[in-house]
Design a protein around this ligand. Structure first.
Ligand code: SAH
Length: 276
């Protein structure tokens, strides 16, 4: 198949140039067009061959994806940038969705590559130790693309499963109360002394990393440039101040709320040791 043009959905990592993959740099170095939200275009930095830069609004994900695909369908070499990893709360999905919706359009002739990047949770974790060393999940607290009830439900389940949580989009000016509500939901199942890490602008010029506890987490000190890692019951702080979740999970798992397990089906095989 002859491709019209190509589109790379590139993860720039969380900020530090050293955290950008060689593949991401290679695609940027030969792009004719770079498309992205303003602050992400700034993360790209100077490019010697001066490609066309197309800045867009952060909210117009579907439009941005279609625009980038449209340029590539004209035969151009396009890079669509995301911060961190493009597949984590970012543009890779918007591109795949646009393709799915427009199967008959010219987009089918565009060669598409997703170039992974270091996601914010990994970057914040690396700066403080290894809090993601055991099972963890990532949850976005933004209710722009999903109802807040869904967020709360997921927080409850993740908490009940004793997973470490990496919270993205933790608090914006438009929804300042949600982090406090999220913290209170987590406190229903987690102890107040649960370790919490707040990484802000990790890899960037205003980087800071704070270690606190769930009970003492002050939502007022958190903004959209933060990734908040809430430890499991096993997460601890070492003598040198590093935060880690041991590779081995010790101790009983907290009881899960919910319906009891259904009875075995009639005629199913029984353990002979369990008697008649
Ligand atoms: N694709 C990105 C996430 C985009 S959602 C990634 O993989 O990292 C935007 C959220 O990511 C922010 O609200 C914040 O929670 C987190 N984030 C992005 N860059 C960050 C950084 N440098 N430091 C801390 N958190 C960051």
């Amino acid at each position: 198949m002859t491709y019209a043009g190509r589109l790379a959905v590139v993860g720039l990592g969380p900020g530090a140039p050293a955290w950008r993959s060689p593949e991401a740099s290679e695609r940027l170095a030969c792009a004719t067009d770079v498309v992205g939200y303003g602050p992400y275009l700034q993360l790209v930095g100077e490019l010697a061959h001066a490609p066309m830069l197309h800045e867009s609004d952060n909210r117009q994900e579907a439009e941005r994806a279609r625009f980038a695909l449209g340029l590539a369908a004209e035969g151009r070499d396009v890079v669509l940038v995301s911060s961190g990893d493009p597949g984590v709360f970012a543009m890779a999905t918007a591109v795949i969705e646009a393709l799915h919706d427009d199967e008959a359009a010219d987009f089918g002739r565009v060669e598409i590559t997703i170039v992974p990047g270091i996601t914010a949770a990994s970057a914040a974790a690396a700066r403080i130790g290894a809090p993601l060393g055991h099972d963890f999940c990532c949850i976005s607290l933004s209710d722009v693309l999903k109802p807040w009830d869904v967020v709360v439900d997921r927080l409850r389940h993740a908490s009940a499963a004793d997973l470490v949580l990496a919270l993205y989009n933790p608090r914006s000016r438009a929804r300042p109360h949600q982090l406090a509500e999220a913290r209170d939901v987590l406190l229903e199942g987690r102890k107040p002394d649960t370790v919490v890490v707040v990484g802000r602008d990790v890899g960037g010029p205003e980087e800071s990393i704070r270690v606190t506890t769930l009970g003492e987490l002050d939502p007022g000190t958190v903004d959209m440039r933060c990734c908040v890692i809430v430890g499991s019951s096993q997460t601890r702080v070492s003598a040198t101040g590093a935060v880690y979740s041991p590779r081995t999970h010790e101790g009983p798992r907290p009881p899960l709320e919910g319906p009891p397990c259904p009875p075995p089906l009639a005629g199913s095989r029984r353990d002979p040791a369990s008697g008649p």
